[in-house]
Design a protein around this ligand. Structure first.
Ligand SMILES: Nc1nc2c(ncn2[C@@H]2O[C@H](COP(=O)(O)OP(=O)(O)OP(=O)(O)O)[C@@H](O)[C@H]2O)c(=O)[nH]1
Ligand SMILES: [Mg+2]
Length: 333
């Protein structure tokens, strides 16, 4: 629940109520049973709610039926995450990838998804969708748009391949930073590369991949990649549309998983990162060889350096970085 609350805060959504509903038997058409649904309707009317967010995956049918019954906009976890990505995308490539995810999400839904585009248009009523005929037309248009964007993204991917080839000519070993959103990947990237990429206390601050050199010592140089962060159960639409971004992770020689040690469930997050890497079909050997970096130790006043085979660092304070560099050196020589 707290993660969903955080996602909502990142979208400036004013949360007026939270509820955990234990579902004994999933209702195929509305997810939750009639009794709970009637209670919800009362709450919606009483509090004059305008949006219901379900922290789970809804089928297009369930979403539509819930909207029709409650007469408010209903959105699921995937919809919310895609919405944040849409808010964050700045580069052309990022925008294209998010738009593709949105279109794939919308294609299967009879109702219009709750997208940033809709809000920009200044629409006041999110209730219901267009008539059936209009929906068919929309679907065809959506498919056409999907095909178009996919084609353009293919060009991006080809361009990336050429860039990567020239990198290999330089005989560079490449390390990719991965891990949960907000773990401090970009901060660590900045510390190691002496760059100044935007590192902020918000979810999915980074959507675009950056690569830069790290001088490990007088002789050794590596390439370091900073990329989009993960979250538990990334919507499949995003995985599909961020292919070009994930290709960079595939082409890295080594993976560094950045973990915020202050998170209560940081161990779970390490596992979730591994699951996501499997979902994007990363070579299992690279996952097994992954270097895990425990970041933000300054908050707990923990000692930097290596203890029990763990790298403790503070990307913010720059502590534990020499030890981490030594680990990276040991991987490349
Ligand atoms: N106290 C402390 N804060 C840190 C440290 N590293 C990063 N942060 C802060 O944590 C927040 C997130 O850092 P980012 O570097 O943007 O995290 P990220 O993993 O790149 O996040 P995404 O791009 O969203 O995936 C920022 O406010 C950073 O200043 C650290 O070592 N100590
Ligand atoms: Mg980042």
């Amino acid at each position: 629940m707290s993660e969903m609350v955080n996602l909502c805060i990142n979208l400036d959504i004013n949360i007026l109520g939270k509820r955990t509903i234990n579902i004994k038997k999933i209702n195929a058409s509305t997810l939750i049973g009639k009794g709970t649904l009637t209670d919800l309707l009362e709450e919606v009317n009483f509090k004059k709610l305008t949006l219901l967010i379900c922290n789970c995956s809804l089928t297009p049918n369930q979403q539509r039926n819930l909207e029709n019954f409650l007469k408010i906009k209903v959105v699921d976890r995937s919809g919310i995450i895609i919405e944040i990505f849409a808010k964050r995308a700045l580069s052309n490539e990022g925008k294209m990838q998010v738009q593709l995810a949105e279109l794939i999400y919308r294609k299967s839904r009879l109702v219009r998804a709750w997208t940033h585009l809709e809000r920009q248009r200044g629409g006041t009523s999110f209730v219901g969708g267009p008539g059936e005929l209009q929906i068919e037309l929309d679907r065809r248009l959506i498919q056409e748009k999907i095909d178009k964007i996919k084609k353009r993204l293919k060009n991006v991917s080809n361009r990336r391949k050429i860039q990567r080839k020239s990198r290999y000519k330089n005989n560079f070993k490449i390390f990719a930073l991965v891990g949960y959103t907000n773990a401090g990947k970009t901060k660590l990237f900045n510390t190691l590369t002496k760059k100044n990429q935007k590192s902020e206390d918000k979810l999915f601050a980074t959507l675009d991949t950056k690569i830069s050199r790290v001088y490990l010592n007088d002789k050794l140089t590596i390439g370091l990649i900073d990329t989009v962060g993960f979250i538990n159960n990334i919507p499949t639409q995003l995985i599909e549309s961020f292919k070009a971004t994930f290709e960079e992770i595939h082409n890295a020689d080594f993976i560094i998983n950045v973990v915020d040690i202050n998170e209560k469930n940081f161990k779970e997050k390490i596992e979730n990162t591994k699951i996501t890497l499997n979902e994007i079909s990363l070579d299992i050997k690279k996952v097994e060889n992954m270097i895990t970096v425990y970041n933000k130790i300054d908050i707990q006043n923990k000692k930097p350096g290596i203890k029990n085979n763990r790298n403790y660092v503070s990307a913010l304070m720059g502590t534990g970085i020499t030890e981490l560099k030594n680990i990276l050196i040991s991987k490349v020589i």
